[in-house]
Structure formats: structure tokens, C-alpha cells
Write a protein that binds this ligand. Sequence first.
Ligand code: S3P
Length: 432
Amino acid sequence: MSVTFPIQKHPLCGTIEVPGDKSISHRAVMLGSLAKGTTKIENFLDGEDCLHTVDAFRKLGVSIEQDGTNVIITSDGFKAFQEPKEPLYFGNSGTTARLMLGILSGLPFHTVVWGDPHLTVRPMDRVVLPLRKMGAQIDGRGHGSYLPLAIRGKTLKGIDYELPVKSAQVKSAILLAGLFAEGTTRVKERSKTRDHTENMLRAFGADINVMGNEIAITKRQELTAVDVTVPGDISSAAFFIVAATIVPHSEVTLLHVGLNETRTGIIDVLKEMGADISVTNVRTSGGEKLGDITVRHSALKAVTIEGDMIPRLIDEIPIIALLATQAEGKTVIKDAEELRVKETDRIHAVVEVLTTLGAHIEEKDDGMIIYGKTPLKGGAIKSYSDHRMAMLGAISSLITSGPVTIDDVSSINISYPTFFEHLGQISRTNYQ
Ligand code: S3P
């Protein structure tokens, strides 16, 4: 169902606690299920993607009680997992699909996995090929390149693997398979991607070593349960960070946001653009840094975003593109070809949406060029069933001269179920 966002006149002000980090919530359920004992997760992201991970482990026989953002996992460890009686459905969740392939490859039974039409066209061969090198038996559409896939668990062996793509999901799938593999599994990445899997494996007692961009993991008979408090998701905070920067007279504070350096590219880029952003109350919990972020409206200048910076803000690029329309000069985003295989082709989708709203933006194979500063107008845009595109549309409406209509915003429940409540709170508008 389409939704129309009226012209917004108020500055944004107030304090928000964004929901738990999606990447960390998935991993907490995975490792809590693999470990022997009881794992309590606080501030779990109660969004559709993470609920598919919960459901998958329930089907493997793990007891998981979930009450909103509190989760209690009671497991006898991965050796007690049972062959699922039905296929595991992962919905839209690429993280569930790729990481579960790593886990299921080393478990002694047969599993079939599938997803929604968007996940079904996303590449899985990037995970399947290295897992096959470890001895995994995976088959399915396109010689195992796309869901649905069938996995017959095997005895795995460690490999040395240099990642051809900058992907934390691929790295994580191999490391998780490495937990079950004979010997040591080594993964090398050219650009450092998010390292939540490494941090959490260490916390759960895995034998893991990180040396710069190289990670080694050695087989473990058992993981030990530990409690996890999930920090707020910087990828969700990003929408309000950008909103407060571009809406005149705004000041917004975001509490308890994860500040892992593999994820804070958006803060570095905003500072370089001249934004008024500060981070306070920095602390560490469960191996992850977190703190509070305060942002005020400010004038911006264009920048170039490329190379090793890209994995540090890959999910924030759609909303950074909106930010760039309000910066003086030419913002170049390159080396970001991975955006083409996200929930949708986010290079094409961002260019389409922002062009409809009056931006001057050019599509490139590996990114985009945005010419600012441009006033934006209203219009009818598509979300491409992509949560981050739908939120980009909603935030755009805060600065457009006319109303913005989005074809469907239901995908926002994937990562930020309380998005409209929070947006309403800081803009003094009722979005319900
Ligand atoms: C994620 C890794 C990234 C990111 C995704 C979550 C993860 O994907 O875009 O939203 O939790 O590991 P890639 O590994 O495909 O870059």
C-alpha cells in the first residue's frame, strides 16, 4: 500500500534509542544456539530478518524464548542439533542465508534453505564455492549459485582463502564453517569488513586469532554460552544522523549506538563534509564499542568516498547519497559495486529515486556522482521492497518542497520496526 509523506516544516529535535544492531543480533542467536548453556540476549533487534534466524535454530531443535528485545537461548550445543523436518525459510535476510550455509555445511544432516523472491536472486556462489573447497556438499539452482539450496553436512577441512569480494557475510560463513573443520581455517581480506563474527566467536570461547586483515580459526568441540547486550545499530541511526544534518535548526541525540570502527565510516565522512557531529560517553561492552551521538544541522561540502572506506559504510550509502544532494560541490562514490547485489541494486535504485526528487546524480558501474547543493521536490518513488530505500524515501520527505509518495514501506520492519514512531517523536508529526 502506498504512503504519502506531507511537507515537513519542523526542525528535528530530541533523543532516540535506535534498535539493536542487526548484524550483532543475528550472530548472537547463531553463537548462542551453537554454544552449550544458556545465553541471554538484551536489546535484540526484533525485526523480520533476525526473526528468521531465530526460527531457523528453533527448527534445528534449539529452545529460544523471545519476548520483544529479550531473548533466552537454552542449548545443548551444536552436537545436539536435529535434522529439520521442513525447509528453513530465510525471508529477505542475506545475513541469515550466507552465515547459515557456513554452519549447516558442517552439521551431520540434510537441510534445504530458501528465501523470498529478492533473496532468491542474490548470489550465493560467493559462499558456496569456498565452502565446497572445505568439503561442503551444497547443490541447487545455477549449480548452487542461488536459493533454494540443499546442504548435506560433511566432515570439513580447513582452507586458506583470500576473499575475492569485500563481504563480511562471506568471511563469516567461512569462519563459522571453520569451527567444525579439521585443522585451521585462514581467511584474508583485502579491505577490512565488519568484524562482529570474530569478536563474538572470541567471546564464546572459540580458538580465533586476528592479525590485521588475516583471521585464523581452529576447530572447537564446544562453545561456551555468554550473555550479549546488543548495541544500537549505527546503520539505523544513520537515517536520523543524516536527517538532523540536513533539516535546518535540528539537534538530535542517538543513545547507545554501536561504534565498532568497521562500521563508523559515516561519522568520519560527515566530519570531513563539515557536519556538526559529536560522540560522547564512549564505552565497551562485550568486545563492542558504543556511545552517544549528537548531530546538529550544518552546511556541508562534497567529498570523495572510495577504497577501504566503502565497507565501513556500505549500508549507509543510500542515505549518504541524500546527504550529498545537500552538500556544495561534486560528491563521488566509487569502488561500491557490491551495492548492485544488496536487497536490490542500490546504485540504480538510489539514482532513480533521487532523480525523481530533483537531484543531479549520475549512475556509475561502481557507484555514483552527486552534484549539490540541490533543492529537492516531491514525487512518487519506489522502495524496491528494500528497507533502506523505503527509509531513504521517508527521510527525503523532510526536505522536499512537495509531498513524497512511496509505493510500500512495509519492508522497514526488516531492520527498524519503530522507525515511524521515532521519526514522529523527533519531528512532532504523527506518522502512525
Ligand atoms: C552484513 C554484511 C554486509 C551488509 C549486510 C550485513 C553482515 O553484507 O551489507 O547488511 O551482517 O555481515 P556483505 O557481507 O554482503 O557486504
